[in-house]
Ligand binder design. Structure first.
Ligand SMILES: Cc1ncc(COP(=O)(O)O)c(C=O)c1O
Length: 400
C-alpha cells in the first residue's frame, strides 16, 4: 500500500510545467496558441475539435451554396461571437440569434447580419430591439401577431427608424402564425405600417429536423415547408414583395434546399453535432447520421475510485445538459460507460473490465449541444492535443 493509505497511486498525467495561476493568465489573455495543451486545462472543460468543426462548416456551406441558397447559421448552438464571425468569414450572410439578449451580446461583440428568430414581445424587449436596430440597421426581427407588428412600428416611428421584420410561420409545433391566409393577412398589415419593411418569412420545423430516418424526415419536412413556400408565392401574387424565406436545420439541410422558394438556411448544430443528432439517420449512412462530425466534447477528470469496478469523474448535471434521455458517451469507444451521479459527478463503469485511475482525464460526447454550451464560460478550440484558441461564450445565459 502506498504511503497515505491509497491502494493505487494517483495518475497525475498532467504535464503541469506551469503554475495554475500562469495558465489562468494565459487563458484570460487568450495567449495560448503553441503554448497550452489539453492536459493543462482544469476540468470539466468544453473542447471544440477544430479539425472536425472546420470540416463541418466547409461541408455545410459548400452544400448550401451549391444549391443556390444563402446560409445564416443559428448562433443559439454556440452563443459565441468568434464562431459566428468564423462562419461569416466562410460565406454565411450573418447569424441567427434566438432571443433579443443573445442578439445584443453577439452584436456588441461585432457580429453583423443578425436575424432574431423569436418575436420581440413586451415593452423592455421592444426598446432593446430598437436600440439594436439603431446600431445594426440590417437586423431582422420576427413577428407573428398584428398587435406586435403595430407595437414595433410605433416604437420604430418614435425612434425615427425603419425596422426589418420577417413573419414567423408556424410550420410545426412552436411559434409563428399559420401559413397561407393568416400569414398573408399579417403581411398586408405590415405592408401598411410605415416604419416596418417586410424582409420575408421565417419557417423553422423543429419536429422535422429530428425525425428519425431520412425518408421519413424528408416527408415531414416537405409537409411542413411546402405551405411556407406557398405563403411566399401568395404574398408576391398580392403585390407584397417577399424576396426571402429562411428555414431549415442540420437534419433537413439536404431536404429543404431542394424546395422551391426557400432562399436561406439557418442550421445550427452542424458545427459541432451531438448524440441527439447522431441518432437521426442519414440519407445514405444508415442509422447513424454521419453527415457532420462530432466536434464538441467535455473533458473530465477521474476524482475518486470508491470501488474497483467504479470510478467517479468531476462532471455531472452542471457539465452536461440533461434534457435528453441519452447519457454522455465516452469519446474513445464503448470500453467505458458514463452515468450521472449528481450535480458535480459522473459514475464511470466498464463492461470490458478496463480500469481507470484517479487523475485520468476522459472526454465525452455531449447529449445535446445548445444547452450544454450554455453551461460554460469558455470553449477551448483544440487541434490534436494543442489548445489553439479560447472563445468566450459571448451570449452565455442570455435567454431573455
Ligand atoms: C428557429 C430555429 N432555426 C434554426 C435552428 C437550428 O436547428 P439545428 O440546430 O437543428 O440545426 C433552431 C434550433 O433550435 C431554431 O430554433
Amino acid at each position: 500500500m502506498a504511503p497515505g493509505g491509497l491502494a493505487l497511486p494517483i495518475n497525475y498525467n498532467v504535464a503541469m510545467t506551469r503554475s495554475a495561476a500562469e495558465i489562468d493568465r494565459m487563458i484570460a489573455g487568450g495567449d495560448v496558441k503553441g503554448k497550452l495543451c489539453i492536459d493543462d486545462l482544469d476540468t470539466p472543460a468544453l473542447l471544440l475539435d477544430l479539425d472536425a468543426f472546420e470540416a463541418n462548416v466547409a461541408k455545410m456551406i459548400a452544400y448550401v451554396h451549391a444549391k443556390g441558397r444563402a446560409i445564416r447559421p443559428h448562433a443559439k448552438t454556440h452563443k459565441t461571437a468568434e464562431i459566428a464571425q468564423y462562419l461569416i468569414a466562410h460565406g454565411a450572410v450573418g447569424a441567427c440569434a434566438a432571443k433579443i439578449s443573445e442578439g445584443i451580446a453577439l452584436a456588441d461583440a461585432g457580429v453583423t447580419g443578425l436575424l432574431i428568430t423569436t418575436a420581440v414581445i413586451g415593452k423592455p424587449k421592444i426598446e432593446r430591439a430598437i436600440a439594436l436596430a439603431q446600431r445594426r440597421p440590417e437586423t431582422i426581427f420576427c413577428v407573428d401577431h398584428p398587435q406586435n407588428a403595430q407595437d414595433l412600428n410605433d416604437a420604430a416611428g418614435a425612434a425615427k427608424l425603419n425596422l426589418n421584420v420577417a413573419i414567423d410561420l408556424c410550420v410545426g409545433n412552436r411559434t409563428g402564425i399559420a401559413c397561407l391566409a393568416p400569414a398573408v393577412a399579417l403581411g398586408e398589415t405590415i405592408s401598411r405600417l410605415p416604419h416596418l419593411t417586410l424582409h420575408g418569412l421565417q419557417a423553422y420545423a423543429g419536429h422535422a429536423s429530428h425525425t428519425v430516418g431520412w425518408e421519413q424526415r424528408r416527408q415531414v419536412s416537405l409537409d411542413a415547408m411546402t405551405p411556407a413556400a406557398e405563403t411566399r408565392r401568395m404574398l408576391e401574387a398580392k403585390g407584397i414583395p417577399c424576396p426571402w424565406l429562411s428555414g431549415g436545420s442540420t437534419g433537413t439541410y439536404n431536404i429543404d434546399t431542394d424546395i422551391d422558394g426557400i432562399t436561406e438556411m439557418q442550421p445550427g448544430s452542424f458545427i459541432c453535432m451531438d448524440l441527439d443528432y447522431n441518432r437521426i439517420g442519414g440519407q445514405t449512412s444508415g442509422e447513424k447520421y454521419t453527415d457532420f462530425q462530432n466536434a464538441l466534447f467535455v473533458i473530465a477528470t477521474v476524482v475518486s475510485k470508491p470501488r474497483a469496478d467504479m470510478a467517479v469523474v468531476d462532471a455531472g448535471f452542471k457539465a452536461f445538459s440533461t434534457d435528453k434521455p441519452y447519457l454522455p458517451q465516452y469519446r474513445d469507444g464503448d470500453s467505458l460507460a458514463y452515468g450521472f451521479a449528481g450535480d458535480e459527478h459522473g459514475r464511470i463503469t466498464s463492461a470490458t473490465g478496463r480500469s481507470v485511475h484517479v487523475g485520468d482525464r476522459l472526454q465525452f460526447i455531449i447529449p445535446h449541444c445548445d444547452p450544454s454550451v450554455n453551461l460554460y464560460d469558455r470553449i477551448f478550440a483544440v487541434r490534436g492535443q494543442q489548445v489553439e484558441a479560447v472563445y468566450r461564450v459571448t451570449a452565455r445565459g442570455k435567454s431573455q
